[in-house]
Write a protein that binds this ligand. Structure first.
Ligand code: GDP
Length: 449
């Protein structure tokens, strides 16, 4: 599995630093040496590793100790933060032009997965809200069968493919395709370009020419995750020559060691936008730096523990939250926030346990719904901020179905799973309202405890 070694190292990091009362230059050096070795084993580029380790060390030594947190755990949290920012902090979405077709140019070496990525992106765009009308453009005239491959994928994704055969120049194909898209009302044009086995001038010159005539909103570099540390050089070369706006990291489902994920943003300043996780056209995911960082560290529990310790229970917020529960205004964002607020009591179920008069059965039901919801945080993260604030957009609104479909897709879940998330949420909101009303009645002085 990806980053296996690193996960083990981080685990022993926590253990090794156990007993130390704070992070010192000496103990952090020793630990970070192990971390560095593990990252190099995971095929992360040396320069990228060095920069990351330097930042982690500076912060680790400079940061105040958080009460109740062991130095090893704190170090992991710092690693997590720095890994996340190395990969770009937050997910970034595909550009969308207001007027005229959005142009997405795909580049990369031969075999990187460009043609496949073109079809995957087409499918993704068609499922966006609102859906896009996509024209796929076959501008890889050199690789035998690339055009046929795109045509087959076009059929699979029910997307129109524009081709002038393999005897026209890619520059002309791109230009004509965009004219065609304008005339026929396509709002997104995805251009599949040729790759070479190695980076060469001819490839870059042609790409630059295509870029010039097509004025793309996105130039996405498709990088094979298996290239590991080489991804850094590759990204730099493409970025210097043509300027990229982001990358798609393909073949993340394979047995790559994952190191490529850390290089792209660091060397180009541009984010990975998507990852390819299989050969099929549906196998494309939005790239979430935070999720990737916790996957790399494999230490979700330590991370959330440290985060909880960092957030002191905010009394005022807790009162506000209870009010929201009573009025059934509790939303998905609150659900995420409450997990932090009530951490001293373990969970919402734990909080309810402290209340007199709440029947035991309801408590366990609430707990079960809450547990299921927690498992669905990936889906909640796939919601837009607006949807998190207004759950009704996903329940009663006329766009509810299409929104749910998008969320399910974006988080790699089925529509059934998305629907059961909503039903759990509704159930939880009902129960919380009933319980918190009961709770307030119980307190004679009217205070909320
Ligand atoms: P191109 O030369 O860059 O256009 O590359 P292709 O799109 O033809 O892909 C090369 C090979 O990689 C094909 O066999 C694809 O099926 C495979 N491939 C592409 N993306 C992925 C992915 O995300 N996962 C896996 N497992 N295979 C992929």
């Amino acid at each position: 599995m990806m980053f296996d070694q690193l996960i083990d190292t981080m685990d022993s990091t926590v253990k090794k630093l156990r007993g130390a009362d704070k992070i010192t230059e000496k103990n952090v050096d020793r630990t970070l040496k192990d971390v560095k070795r593990a990252m190099l084993d995971a095929d992360v580029n040396l320069k990228v590793v060095n920069k990351l380790i330097k930042r982690v060390k500076e912060r680790a030594i400079g940061e105040a100790v958080i009460a109740g947190v062991e130095p090893g755990q704190q170090l992991i949290k710092i690693m997590y933060d720095e890994l996340t920012s190395t990969m770009g902090q937050k997910e970034t979405l595909l550009a969308r032009r207001e007027e005229g077709p959005t142009v997405i140019l795909l580049s990369g070496l031969q075999g990187a997965g460009k043609t496949t990525a073109a079809a995957k992106l087409a499918l993704y765009c068609k499922k966006e809200d609102p859906p896009r009308k996509v024209l796929l453009v076959a501008a890889d005239v050199y690789r035998p069968a690339a055009i046929e491959q795109l045509e087959i994928l076009g059929k699979q994704t029910e997307t129109t493919v524009y081709s002038l055969g393999k005897d026209e120049s890619p520059v002309k194909i791109a230009k004509e395709a965009i004219n065609n898209a304008k005339m026929q009302g396509f709002d997104t044009v995805i251009i599949d370009t040729a790759g070479r086995q190695v980076i060469d001038d001819a490839l870059m010159t042609e790409l630059k020419q295509i870029k010039e005539v097509s004025d793309p909103d996105e130039v996405l570099l498709v990088v094979d995750a298996m290239t590991g540390q080489e991804a850094a050089n590759l990204t730099k070369a493409f970025n210097d020559a043509v300027g990229i706006t982001g990358a798609i990291l393909s073949k993340m489902d394979g047995d790559s060691r994952g190191g490529a994920a850390l290089s792209v943003q660091e060397v180009s300043g541009q984010p990975i936008k998507f990852i390819g996780i299989g050969e099929k056209v549906e196998k494309l995911d939005i790239f979430y730096p935070e999720r990737m960082a916790s996957r790399i560290l494999g230490m979700g529990d330590v991370l959330s523990f440290v985060e909880k310790a960092q957030e002191k229970v905010d009394e005022k917020k807790a009162v506000e939250m209870t009010k929201k529960m009573m009025e059934k205004k509790f939303n998905f964002q609150d659900f995420i926030d409450q997990a932090k607020i009530v951490n001293s009591m373990g969970s919402l179920g734990g909080m309810m346990k402290l209340m007199p008069g709440v029947p035991k059965v309801k408590q366990s039901e609430l707990r079960a719904a809450e547990d299921r919801l927690k498992k669905s945080t990936v889906m909640i993260q796939s919601m837009t901020p607006k949807e998190r604030q207004n759950p009704d957009l996903l329940i009663t609104d006329r766009t509810a179905q299409s929104r749910l479909r998008r969320i399910a897709k974006g988080s790699g879940n089925t529509m059934e799973q998305a629907k059961s998330l909503i039903s759990d949420f509704k159930k939880m909101r009902e129960m919380m309202s009933a319980m918190s009303n009961q709770m307030v009645q119980t307190n004679a002085d009217g205070s909320i405890s």
